[in-house]
Every structure is written in structure tokens, then in C-alpha cells.
Design a protein around this ligand. Structure first.
Ligand SMILES: NC(=O)c1ccc[n+]([C@@H]2O[C@H](COP(=O)([O-])OP(=O)(O)OC[C@H]3O[C@@H](n4cnc5c(N)ncnc54)[C@H](O)[C@@H]3O)[C@@H](O)[C@H]2O)c1
Length: 281
């Protein structure tokens, strides 16, 4: 096996090193379901899991987005499947689970990466924030994670094996700093942080209650991804970030593979923060 060194030169790995890497981080024989896998981060997580060896089912309420994410894997001859699934609908999750089992095998990895971001999401100050988007955000970001964990978790418990990775956010740990957002119109609303804090606590709860079933449940906390946002906002976000920039979505691939793989075998109920240092000061 060849890999790149720090100066981008090809270097050879000894067979023993290859085996060590494959044992620690490889996902050969695993089947991963990624809910929200058609999203900006989700599609990169799908690719990372597939590159590590998993067969990946891309689940998304937006079937076209799921198909596009699956296509990028298919182009590399990686086993994949795109399925329509609204994570707030238990029967759709159960149908997706059946399809995955029939076509890829029993799922051993679940990643929850969906989020609600439709009309009304960014509206107004907290004292005016309307109830409707508040409920929609909680429904998708928290109830949806709970339902997916339940449906897939039941199967993992029956198998005695599983790794669940729930995606939270820095705003599940700390408040957004309104000074960073200014008049950009994309200030993260109160429902978002509340839902993401809920995901962290749900993760801990399930980790503890499923500890004897071979099911590990961990949480990944990403920081903000650059997505051609308002330039003033980007500048302020970067200034506020110790590493001096926003994330690239592929920078979360390593963390999700780590949490899904043997390398994290002694972790459950943990919160892995990958935020460029945002929460360090
Ligand atoms: N993008 C960021 O800067 C950032 C930062 C921190 C945390 N996060 C979190 O990371 C995760 C992925 O973020 P993203 O930027 O890829 O989001 P995104 O909005 O690009 O993608 C979310 C995906 O979820 C899907 N979705 C929405 N409702 C759904 C439902 N009911 N059922 C199934 N799928 C549904 C959407 O169709 C979309 O494909 C989210 O949980 C988000 O909160 C993102």
C-alpha cells in the first residue's frame, strides 16, 4: 500500500502497518446508514465511511440529494444505496432498514446528519422567534435522531453490535455569538442550539442504557462549514476561530470513521469536538 507523506511524496507502508490501519480504522464488512446523507456534510461522511470500507446507505428526505451522494460513491465502485426517508416518520425508517438489510446487509453503523433548514428557520430575534419553526427544528433535529436511533438501535441490540454517531454542533455546547453574525441574516436560531444540546444528552442516555448490548453511541460536534456565506460573516467567524478559518466538510470524515471504527472501541457517550478551536476560548 502506498500513502502520501507530509510533502506529498508517495511512501510505502509495511504490510504490518497496513494491517494495523485496517484493524483500527477499517470498516470492511460494515454497513452504514447515513440519515441526511444527501446534505453538505452528510455526503462527505458517506464518502469517508465508504472509503474506509463500509457499504453505505444514503437516507434523505430529498431523494435526489441522496441519489447524488450515492452516485459519487458508485462512480468509485463503492457499494451504496440511496433511499428516500423522512427521519421523523418511524414507518419510513423501518422501511429503509428493511431495504438496507435486503440489499447491503444488516446495518452496524448509523450516522444522524439531518437537520431542518427550511422557510422560517432564520427568522428574527429569540424574543420574536415563532413557534412553528421552533417545533419543526426540534422535530427533525431531535425527535428525528431519537426515532432513527430507536429503529436502528433495536436491530443493533438484536445483533449485539453497533456504532451510532449523532451529529450535534458547537451550538449544542455554547451559544452562537450574535456579534459574529451581524446583519448576515443567518444567525443560528434558539431552536437549533436547543435541539443540538438535546442530541448530546440523548447520546449519553442511549450510550448508558445500551452499554451491555454492544452498541456504542457517540456524538460528533462540528464547527461551521464554509459555504459561500456572507463575506463579512465569514471574516468574523474566521477571526473568532483559533485555527483562523471555517471548516471544509471533508474535515469531518476522519472523526466519523474514528467513531464508527474499532479505533474508538473504548468510547461511548463521548462528545468529540472538531471545531477549529471555537469552544476553546
Ligand atoms: N454546516 C455546518 O456548518 C454545520 C455545523 C455544525 C453542525 N452541523 C450539523 O451537521 C449536520 C449536517 O449539516 P449539513 O450542513 O450537511 O446540513 P444540510 O442542511 O446541508 O443537510 C441536511 C440534510 O438533511 C436532510 N433532511 C432534512 N430533513 C430531513 C428529514 N426529516 N429526514 C431526513 N433527512 C432530512 C436534508 O434534505 C439535507 O440533505 C446537521 O446535523 C447540522 O446541524 C452543520
Amino acid at each position: 500500500m502506498q500513502s502520501l507523506d507530509t510533502e506529498n511524496r508517495l511512501v510505502d507502508l509495511l504490510p504490518e502497518q497496513q494491517q494495523w490501519l485496517a484493524r483500527q480504522f477499517g470498516l470492511q464488512g460494515q454497513v452504514a446508514a447515513v440519515v441526511g446523507g444527501g446534505g453538505r456534510i452528510g455526503r462527505h461522511l458517506c464518502l469517508g465511511l465508504a472509503m474506509a470500507g463500509a457499504r453505505v446507505a444514503v437516507l434523505d428526505v430529498d431523494l435526489e440529494a441522496a441519489r447524488q451522494a450515492a452516485a459519487q460513491l458508485g462512480q468509485r465502485d463503492l457499494s451504496t444505496l440511496a433511499l428516500p426517508c423522512d427521519t421523523t416518520r418511524q414507518e419510513q425508517l423501518e422501511q429503509a432498514l428493511e431495504q438496507i438489510e435486503a440489499r447491503l446487509g444488516p446495518p452496524t453503523v448509523l450516522v444522524n446528519a439531518a437537520q431542518f433548514r427550511s422557510a422560517g428557520f432564520y427568522s428574527s430575534q429569540p424574543e420574536q422567534y415563532p413557534r412553528r419553526p421552533w417545533e419543526q427544528v426540534l422535530e427533525v433535529n431531535l425527535t428525528g435522531v431519537f426515532l432513527a436511533c430507536q429503529v436502528f438501535g433495536r436491530r443493533m441490540i438484536a445483533q449485539g453490535q453497533g456504532a451510532i454517531v449523532n451529529i450535534s454542533s458547537t451550538y449544542g455546547l455554547v451559544s452562537p455569538d450574535p456579534r459574529v453574525y451581524g446583519t448576515s441574516g443567518v444567525n443560528s436560531p434558539p431552536a437549533y442550539g436547543a435541539s443540538k444540546a438535546g442530541v448530546i444528552q440523548l447520546t449519553r442516555y442511549l450510550a448508558v442504557h445500551w452499554r451491555e448490548h454492544g452498541v456504542r453511541v457517540n456524538c460528533l460536534v462540528p464547527g461551521g462549514v464554509y459555504d459561500r456565506q456572507d463575506p463579512q460573516f465569514v471574516e468574523q467567524y474566521q477571526h473568532r476561530t483559533p485555527l483562523g478559518r471555517m471548516a471544509r466538510p471533508e474535515e469531518y470524515q476522519g472523526a466519523v470513521v474514528f467513531l464508527a471504527s474499532e479505533a474508538s472501541s473504548y468510547m461511548t457517550g463521548a462528545v468529540l469536538v472538531v471545531d477549529g478551536g471555537w469552544t476553546a476560548w
